[in-house]
Ligand binder design. Sequence first.
Ligand SMILES: C[S@@+](CC[C@H](N)C(=O)[O-])C[C@H]1O[C@@H](n2cnc3c(N)ncnc32)[C@H](O)[C@@H]1O
Length: 255
Amino acid sequence: MPQLWTEEPRLVVTYDVECAGRVDHDFYLALAAQLGATDVVDIGCGTGVFCTDLATRGFRATGVDPATAMVEAARRRPGAERVTWIHGTAADVPPALADLVVMSGHVAQYFVTDEEWTATLAQCRTMLRPGGHLAFESRDPRAREWERWTPDDTRRTYPHPDGGTFESWVEVVDVSGPGDAPIETHQGHTVLPSGEHLVSTETLRFRSAPEIVGTLAGAGLDLVEMWGDWRRSPVSDATGELIVVAGRPASQSPG
Ligand SMILES: C[S@@+](CC[C@H](N)C(=O)[O-])C[C@H]1O[C@@H](n2cnc3c(N)ncnc32)[C@H](O)[C@@H]1O
């Protein structure tokens, strides 16, 4: 099987079950309304839940993802015909398409190298109209969440949409890089109702708040807000998330 779970259709199905009832999508839907957005681009849209929710509420939504199995699942979702889907990355989005760009589900952490991250921020700026916003979240490395990603702490059993149950858990296999911006690799384990055991590998970058602020500035984006949780609490060493809203300055400038 492929090493990336996002390219394995059977793990795309179980991902949707594991992600049911997420507060982050409600947060970003409320933010889109608060900002008066009309055209929203979702980078790393996954199975398309957020985009179809946006379209149902009257936003023009574009979902972008490089994983074939993810985009195929998104295109099958009820309401998918109201969304524009791009099988690709931020580099494939037309300029000035959006007044809000969102990366939910910790997509920002999938850009592991500095080069990938700074290129993606620059591409987000390009797809934003002047005065538009970029919103995303990244786990605060100070919370060291990966230390709780053990098989014992993460093992869960869920109903499978095709009948029976599946079990999943996570196990960290490597943490490297600087202490304030570690690169973490874990294996995801899923045991399907048939008993088949699928293993995938994923690497995430944990960027600190100062690093995020610095890279936004480098991309020509102004920090507007940074919250520590989905209730919009201030960031502290106890909150765990870095939830960011940045803006493309309203005055016209090249790029
Ligand atoms: C944890 S999933 C989140 C999916 C969705 N945003 C959500 O909230 O459920 C991470 C997604 O990021 C996508 N992704 C990985 N690398 C990417 C890249 N370079 N550009 C855009 N998306 C990427 C993956 O294919 C996957 O769909």
